[in-house]
Ligand binder design. Sequence first.
Ligand code: NDP
Length: 328
Amino acid sequence: MFKAIVLDKAEDQQTVAFKELDEAQLPEGDVTVRVAYSTMNYKDALALTGSAPIAKSYPMVPGIDFAGVVESSDNPDFKPGDQVVLNGWGVGEKHWGGLAEKVRVPGDWLIPLQTPFTERQAMGLGTAGYTAMLCVLALEKQGVKPEDGPILVTGAAGGVGSVAVAVLAKLGYDVAAMTGRPEEADFLKMLGASSIVDRAEYSEKGRPLAKEQWAGAIDVAGGQVLANVCAAMKYRGVVAACGLAAGMGFPATVAPFILRGVTLVGVDSVMAPKAERLEAWKRLAQDLDINKLENLITDVPFEQVIDQAPLMMKGQIRGRIVVPVAGE
Ligand code: NDP
């Protein structure tokens, strides 16, 4: 038997509870992993609170990330005792996920834990951190360089945003951190932000083209914020968009794209190919100050995850949450 958070549906209402499950109930897969750490991303908070239809079937074990040790494997790439990490692939949505003591998944979805990270540090990054790195790689692939000008990071005090600020600063970029929480200014400066932008300046409908300010941007907000960010890009600036914290809409005009040659790059972490995942994790190992990572992490006991989810929905979580499931 093993313990897991289970989402279920009763009379059209989603329920969430801790349950003892039998290993025989685990879904299909050729690798069984004993979870050491999981985490709570924005998508997990959506799932736990039932704020969006993240679970595609019931019962569902949430948790889009986990790090742990292989217990048994029929996959030639993994053997018992290997330390592994999983991010995305629909785990916690279509396939039982990481907020459980055990998971079973196709080995193709796993990557080895990357040196020098511990399992806890890997979950300190989690999907949010790996997505932040995918966004940085997207800017680099479009040719954005530190000397081109400042980079704006939205939702900077959240998971994706805080890792993005720390990585960009270490790479030598001039980073402007947008936040709705002015009280997090010192935290963001400690991560390497050189200036703080008030989210309110970007939250209302703006002009199709604003003053040219940013050579690049990483946006977790979407909605009106993303529209205003696009309008404030420098000529040929690049925006990497990965989130919808401000909304699913995109009330923009084409002006930044056709008059300033702005590029809008979409970033998806869930189905990203394995080679890109490994590249992102290797770059995190190289380009993130591990001491700063510690400052991003808040440990939340497994038993308290359900209670923490509403705080994340309200944007009140700083940095990243790590959930020791069976960690030291
Ligand atoms: P967090 O909750 O940790 O951070 C989100 C941050 O967004 C908040 O901390 C807050 O930062 C900011 N925010 C909240 N509400 C608003 C608003 N109305 N307008 C503008 N900003 C707001 O979430 P994550 O960092 O884990 O995820 C961020 C987004 O990225 C989510 O939408 C998530 O779904 C998405 N995402 C997408 C992935 C992909 O593969 N495309 C992968 C991972 C995440 P502050 O207080 O500093 O303003």
